[in-house]
Design a binder for this molecule. Structure first.
Ligand code: ATP
Ligand code: MG
Length: 394
């Protein structure tokens, strides 16, 4: 529960702490810019303040929830706490704890978790914890029978004392973790609008790579709803990245897809994947992207057996990243729900007709190359060159 009067969000990051000082400084700068863009995009009043190790969003009590939501949607954020900010003086801190205790404590055990970033302060964190604990106890003992449990308390009062300010909070909300967006090179994301591919793209964004979404229009095997699904899921991804352009590259693949369906029986699904990868590679070359991300998972479909992934992957020299490789469908569905792409992914789009009656699960490269259209990569390059950009702005 948010303590009354909380008007500042304290932001914690995780993996940045494994970096050298200069890299951490750079990445904290990216994180602050990313937070600024989220706050502005959602019209949350306030400012993002850059402070070593603990960026924060200064807002108002009325908008604290929205500010916490923005902070916990930011890539690189491990958790965020709505805080009261007070003078870094012991008596002020203990008075504040006593003031908020009746509003947030409703029985059970509690603890004070005190930290001191400035070692020059005239009191230790141990002193803050003890004096704070006493103050809270005295504030609630007439209504409850409080207990202190330092190992597994029902409620933790956090106090973080820095040289200029002390932050007081009683909860922390989990963020996505990962690294600030833009701290890694961009990747091309193959998005189909299905459940898997938007989750895969999100995972790369979470680790810092902006994505360049590519949707291949399958012509008579796809359809307008198919494209709409893909664009809507990307729109959701874009809401986490207002400082990046996630316009979708729509690539006209219908002619080649029909050609594959007419000329190939076995292996057609594998060649289709190879066609997708080659398109992605061409767009990566134009945009500086350093890899391809797909929603493939080992064994989920016939085209995703270990043998078939080996065969299809040979269509490109770029690394193909498959963050869902080891995930079960149910886990992927849960992730899609958390991220918010699940709903649009399940708009019925009537496809799948492209699969042959008997699917290949044990593809090999030489027999496939013997039947694949020899001009398939030229077709992919031409289709990529004909891509149109679908803007996400209404
Ligand atoms: P998803 O659930 O994301 O649609 P899927 O389970 O339908 O994936 P496939 O159809 O085998 O699996 O596709 C595997 C991957 O190939 C997708 O996760 C996506 O990355 C890519 N892909 C599939 N269809 C398209 C398309 N029309 N345009 C771009 N990429 C695609
Ligand atoms: Mg899939």
């Amino acid at each position: 529960m948010h303590p009354p009067g909380a008007d500042t969000v304290l932001v914690r990051h995780g993996d940045l702490n494994t970096k050298s000082t200069s890299v951490k400084r750079y990445m904290e700068g990216l994180l602050v810019e990313h937070l600024e863009s989220l706050v502005a995009d959602r019209s949350v009043p306030g400012t993002v303040v850059r402070e070593w190790n603990r960026p924060r969003i200064e807002t108002t009590e009325a908008t604290i929830e929205a500010a916490v939501d923005a902070a916990t949607d930011a890539f690189g954020v491990v958790s965020a706490s709505p805080c009261l900010t007070v003078e870094p003086e012991l008596s002020v801190i203990t008075d504040t704890l006593a003031n908020i205790a009746p509003a947030v404590y409703d029985g059970g055990s509690f603890a004070v978790d005190a930290r001191r970033a400035d070692k020059n302060l005239p009191f230790t964190s141990q002193t803050v914890a003890e004096a704070g604990g006493t103050a809270i106890w005295e504030a609630v003992e007439s209504s409850f029978e409080p207990t202190v449990d330092l190992d597994d308390p029902d409620l933790t009062f956090g106090v973080e004392v820095r040289s200029e300010t002390a932050y007081i909070y009683t909860d922390s909300v989990a963020g996505p973790g990962g690294l600030p967006l833009g701290s890694q090179a961009p990747m091309v994301a193959l998005v189909s609008g299905g459940i898997d591919s938007p989750v895969a793209a999100y995972e790369l964004m979470r680790r810092g790579s902006p994505v360049i979404p590519v949707y291949v229009d399958l012509g008579e095997y796809g359809g307008l709803d198919h494209e709409a699904r893909a664009v809507e899921t990307v729109r959701t991804l874009a809401s986490f990245a207002p400082d990046h352009d996630l316009s979708v590259y729509r690539v006209p693949g219908g002619e080649t897809v029909s050609h594959l369906a007419e000329t190939m029986e076995q292996g057609r699904m594998l060649s289709l994947r190879r066609f997708f990868y080659r398109i992605a590679e061409t767009i990566a070359a134009d945009t500086g992207a350093q890899g391809i991300v797909t929603g493939e998972a080992l064994g989920q479909k016939s085209s995703q057996t270990a043998q078939n992934l080996a065969v299809t992957s040979r269509a490109t020299d770029l690394p193909i990243h498959r963050p869902l490789l080891t995930m079960d469908k149910q886990e992927i569905v849960e992730r899609a729900r958390e991220i918010g792409t699940y709903h649009d992914s399940t708009i019925p789009a009537g496809c799948n007709r492209i699969a042959p009656d008997r699917v290949e699960t044990n593809g090999r490269i030489d027999p496939l190359l013997a039947v694949e259209p020899t001009d398939m990569f030229e077709r992919a390059d031409a289709a990529a060159a004909d891509a149109t950009l679908v803007s996400l702005r209404e």
